[in-house]
Design a protein around this ligand. Sequence first.
Ligand code: SF4
Ligand code: MG
Length: 323
Amino acid sequence: ATPVLRVSGLEVTYYTDLGRAKALDDVSFALSAGEKLGMVGESGSGKSTMALAMMRMIKPPGRIEGGSVFIDDTDLMAMTEDEMRQARLSKIAYIPQGAMNSLNPVTRIGAQMVDAIKSHSARQSRSAIEDRCVHALRSVDLDPSVFRMYAHELSGGMKQRVCIAIGILLEPKVIIADEPTSALDVVTQRQVMETIDRVQDQINAAVILIGHDMGLMAQFVDKVAVMYAGRLVEVSAVRDMFTAPNHPYSKALISSLPNLDNKGVFQGIPGLAPSLLRLPSGCAFHPRCEFAMERCSVERPEPQNLEEGRLVTCHLFDEEASQ
Ligand code: SF4
Ligand code: MG
């Protein structure tokens, strides 16, 4: 199937007083309709930056410096500001980290949903808009009465489901959810993931889930993408990632998991994550890599496509890819 989403060479740089930090470096991947990608990596590895870049919501001193984000045949990066405003929610929806705590406390849930639609299609009748909202609430397993409620009347899980309902109001092709289950209890986490699963089926969207919980991820995603220091170091089908990870950093991540069946929360691996302001030379992972070779501190590895749609950014695979 032709991918619905194609990200190529996405680059983001932050110009700070302390220097230039490349927060996103040559990130490329593709996703098909109905596919779910889990995006993992230590904090500061570029996961949220990637989401913001795809939404063209990077704020100064950050700048998108290159790349394209195609949804079908349209490059979001080539759109005017106005076109991009329309594309948000209708083509690509973003549920930011902590979204459920950003619901307006003094406005009813329904009014917030109606506003979201109105900012895109002002011409619809009030009743058509309300129908759409109630339909979206039902899709995420919330009672239509939530339409008239305030955020404080809802539990954390219900609020997160409202955010998902807002995300799917205009049936986008791509949905990005940043840490959608953080701050929720284990049972609610599962319910939220199942809700995302179900709405994805309904609208056949491509979904990107950003998260730390590899165990939870493993049960819900099709592919896993691992980020390190602003680069995508591996993309593999979930089974391959967990049974035979390619990149040394992925290997370390997987082996640091206590137990996939229950507590899969990523605890970290030895060594400090590098500062984006002073990245190690060559492969940024080389000071922590147990497979590092001489060239690793000198030559930067390029992302390479291996068999079965796997991607890896590591010199260990240079031979394999050139054959
Ligand atoms: Fe390790 Fe070298 Fe591969 Fe980097 S390029 S992950 S240092 S083996
Ligand atoms: Mg983040």
